[in-house]
Design a protein around this ligand. Sequence first.
Ligand code: HEC
Ligand code: HEC
Ligand code: HEC
Ligand code: HEC
Ligand code: HEC
Ligand code: HEC
Ligand code: HEC
Length: 402
Amino acid sequence: MKKIGILFILVVLSVFFTNCAKSDEYIDPRGTDYAGSESCIQCHQVQYNMAFQSSHFKATAPANSENVLGNFDEGSHTFIYDKNTRLVMEKRNDSLYQVLYKNGKEVEAHRFEIIFGTKHAQTSVYWRNHNTYELPVSYYNSIHNWATSPGFPADKPYFDRMVVKDCYSCHASNASSRSVNQSSEEKNFLSMDVEDIIDKKTIVYGIDCERCHGPAKKHVNFHLKNPTVKTANSITSFKTLNRQQKLDACALCHAGNDGMKMKSRFEFKPGDNLSEFFRETRSINDTANFDVHGNQFRLMAQSKCFINSEKMDCITCHNPHENASKNMASYSKICMSCHQGLKHNEKTLKIMPEKLLADNCVECHMPKKASGAIKFQLSNSKQLSEYILRTHKIGIYPMEKK
Ligand code: HEC
Ligand code: HEC
Ligand code: HEC
Ligand code: HEC
Ligand code: HEC
Ligand code: HEC
Ligand code: HEC
């Protein structure tokens, strides 16, 4: 009798503990094929440490006082629309807000909820009725200050720009949306009865390991069970992909946004062909001026280096787990791996002596250019400021004295 009692208790306890373990287990919003980046650390510490610091991992994140850029202290926390209207960046308890004042009275306040970006600029969104809306003022590193979010007016505040799923498809690893019936007060005669809302719980912030490598739960389980196997199982190896497939894995988010969409970017896995996701409206050989913002692929594809080498891709110059290197000499080494015995003419060498030239290929052949798509305005200014990035169209540009 006693034995059965103990046995019973043991059974109850074991059921209890297995359930506990189960509820502790990470469940990825993308489904049971996904393991989540944390699970990679134990076997890929090096890649994890690098990628975790990268802009990719920080492309979106829940806003908090550590990751929101910009000044919230008096002196430089105010954007003035006109003498009666001002927007103030305020810290209230643990939260950050953009607060609109008219004639000194608070009119509305919106919380920084999700950040987009860290390197050149950062824009944030707030939640309203299960959708996200861009805050009217963003932070720009080039001026170390607040200015209008791209495309926003500088003479009146605007809180109604919805940040749709498309933004998340390039800046996050998942965001599911669903259609809901609109409440009667939101309904109007022109719009339809249903609208898409983003399900907050399904957002996987940043561009994580499985966003680039595809679902890896099987891979993780296999290697946990078979620790002696040292060759990769159940994961797509980039080494087995052809050039176009490798390019597509980056071009998914680095080739602009003007193709006709056929499938969601979130469905893309390494090895897939981008041509099944977008129908191109412009040819790759197009002489069009692609924007330096968000279109590295098409600019690179216009270069003779890309066309004639038949092997250049993004990984030629970038470690996919790290940010772009700030060391320009390191890129020169890559240039010279294809351009040995290179001779510049007298005129060029007068502008820059050979020794200096050797470390600065990028300065002349991939110069910085202003984006045509992104411009911003400072508080109290009529003038548009430029957003400057390096072009990926490698070529010979008109020379100025450096
Ligand atoms: C239990 C150990 C283990 C875990 C956990 C693990 N991997 Fe691996 N992974 C391996 C081994 C072993 C290899 C093969 C040797 C190597 O390339 O490091 C490998 C190789 C890889 C490769 C290279 C494939 C190739 O051939 O080019 C990728 C990509 C990869 N893993 C991604 C991931 C991702 C993403 C995660 C997390 C979701 C993950 N791994 C978790 C053990 C693991
Ligand atoms: C799911 C979309 C997505 C994919 C796929 C993607 N990127 Fe990115 N990448 C981004 C976004 C968004 C940013 C800007 C992140 C930020 O600063 O907030 C970025 C930034 C970068 C940067 C600049 C980082 C820095 O701070 O210097 C490089 C370099 C880069 N990507 C290269 C690549 C390469 C190479 C690949 C393919 C192996 C790739 N990306 C695939 C979306 C993507
Ligand atoms: C922006 C896309 C991107 C992200 C994010 C990313 N990888 Fe990779 N990873 C790649 C590409 C592309 C390669 C192939 C590199 C090559 O062939 O030189 C690669 C290669 C690897 C390899 C093979 C060994 C190596 O370093 O070349 C491993 C292992 C790996 N990644 C694991 C991870 C893990 C773990 C994470 C998350 C912490 C991660 N990757 C995040 C694109 C990415
Ligand atoms: C087609 C993919 C794509 C879409 C769609 C997209 N972005 Fe980006 N975004 C990028 C890439 C790639 C970069 C970084 C490199 C660059 O500027 O070319 C970037 C950069 C940014 C940056 C600056 C990040 C930094 O660290 O400097 C912000 C802010 C940003 N995007 C916000 C948005 C918002 C908001 C939306 C939706 C309205 C959006 N993006 C839509 C690909 C995309
Ligand atoms: C993978 C090999 C490869 C790499 C890496 C490479 N190039 Fe090239 N590049 C070529 C080839 C091939 C050509 C075409 C030569 C020809 O057809 O005469 C070329 C052409 C050029 C041209 C002439 C362009 C024109 O429009 O006339 C310049 C300038 C140039 N490269 C600079 C660079 C710089 C700077 C880098 C580094 C940022 C670089 N290349 C990296 C292979 C490469
Ligand atoms: C020939 C070398 C080379 C190739 C190939 C290359 N890049 Fe770059 N990339 C650079 C250089 C140089 C920079 C500028 C770094 C800087 O100024 O800090 C850069 C910067 C970037 C940035 C950051 C933009 C900025 O100004 O902060 C992104 C994003 C990027 N590259 C994406 C890509 C993608 C995607 C591909 C493939 C389509 C690619 N790159 C191919 C050399 C290259
Ligand atoms: C001071 C600016 C400057 C720097 C730095 C520079 N170049 Fe050039 N490059 C030019 C100009 C201007 C031309 C066209 C006139 C000439 O050939 O000198 C040119 C021409 C070229 C050509 C085409 C040559 C041909 O015969 O078609 C290549 C390839 C090239 N550069 C590669 C490089 C590489 C690789 C580096 C770095 C080691 C580099 N350049 C550094 C300005 C520069």
